[in-house]
Design a protein around this ligand. Sequence first.
Ligand SMILES: [Zn+2]
Length: 154
Amino acid sequence: VNLTVKCPYCNKLDSKVLDKRETEEAEATRRRRECLSCSKRFTTYERIEMVDLVVVKKDGRREVFDRLKVRSGIMKACEKRPVSTDQIEKAVDEIESFVRAMDSTEVPSTAVGELVINKLKALDKVAYIRFASVYRDFADVEAFQKEVSKLLKK
Ligand SMILES: [Zn+2]
């Protein structure tokens, strides 16, 4: 079961592979699949170098890692802050390569979030606080307040 393949009929992510064939160029793998939800059959061509990375959310939902999402989260946090587009782009690059270097093709969303938090911490304290306050759990509130009061003292 490849979780990153969506059924073209019902958009569900669960399908089983019926057969698998290398294409002539051997650059892509052709897979005949059957959707586990609606039972319709469809074919996918998967390029070998395109290993999809799956982000597992807190509620167990899975979605394909999307660097645009990471970037928009960072941009939102950096709104009206002295952080350049280049800096943001570089941070996204570093986060993406770090995540892709992990052993697993499934990464918890919390791990991605923490990477963003660490990047923002180095880039801009206000952006960091903004992102962390939205992102982190209530359990971290104490640590978070410590951060804020540290900043206010400066
Ligand atoms: Zn389906």
